[in-house]
Design a protein around this ligand. Sequence first.
Ligand code: GAL
Length: 367
Amino acid sequence: MKSNRMIIAVFSLMVIGSMLLAACGAAGSGKTKVGLSFSDFAVERWKNEEVLMRKLLEEKGYEVISQEANHDVKLQNDQIDNMVAQGVKGLIVIAEDGAAAATAVDKAAAAGVKVLAYDRLIKTKNIAAYLSFDNVEVGRQEALGVMTALGLPGSTTWTKDNPAKIFMSGGSPTDNNAVLVRQGQMEVIQPYIDEGVITIVADQWVPNWDEAEAQKIMENVLTAQQNKIDAVIASNDGTALGELEALGGQGLAGKVPISGQDATAASCNSIVKGEQTVTVYKDIRLLSPKAVEMMDTLLKGQTISGLQEYSLKVLTGEDLEGNIQALFLPVQQVTKDNVYELIVKSGFQPYEDVYRDIPEDQRPPKP
Ligand code: GAL
């Protein structure tokens, strides 16, 4: 009788214990696991963000699993499935392809995993939240920077009889940010198109935001247009630098205004050298901690405050069902005039990188 009770008591303890372990999500370390899924590490920013988010999550006591998909859409989905199988309770995903990633993310969400779409939208209502920068504003600032460099509005050079010839260089067609960025660019330039003072002579999107690909595209555009390009509205820094290579080959670097985004070290250096015209500063030192804070809130079963509801239709321009909760951080335009203040003094990029190859006597003081 007594031993029967003992057996029942021990058995109950074992059941409760295993339930507790399951609730913690990780039988091994006892820590809750969070997965990070990156599209690639070819783009400068992602590795930095991985390091930062891993550190912050670990400080909060999470175990971090991180995977990088090398631009491979199927691999990214397999990696997400795999992290779910390993028992992650939360996933922060930088999607290579916002539509394709939805397949793996839907499965993860169905398994109870909280998914945060980081920087790039994943096209499903099953994400817990979407955190990014104001991508439409990025596009506006890119186009504004280029228009200002062309002397618009109010130019006497660019008229109906002599419109400025613009090459529109979109980002990766599978990244919804590229679509939002284009929306902002068009908002700014449409009035000039309507007025007839600028004209789009070519429009192409760059797969994977790939620099070498962008260079090739620009070379072909220059050939087709017999070098008659007056400005390039490029969508990020990597593609802008590829395009500047092509422009440089024709003696046009520094003569043709060109935009970008991310305020990478290389592009800030190009800006101080007078080649790239404008970039857009998105402070990832704010984005990554915000993502970690949001994930922590979700995993504690609490509600994230300060989010706004958007329909997938509005965010994508596609016929998609459902709404999601999102937060967009502000962005700032960077040119030669404010790169020191915004990027160097704030410590976003190192002084030595931004002023690389600039003679000592032409550099501002070290901050
Ligand atoms: C976009 C992102 C940009 C840039 C780009 C790749 O999704 O918004 O900041 O990183 O990917 O260069």
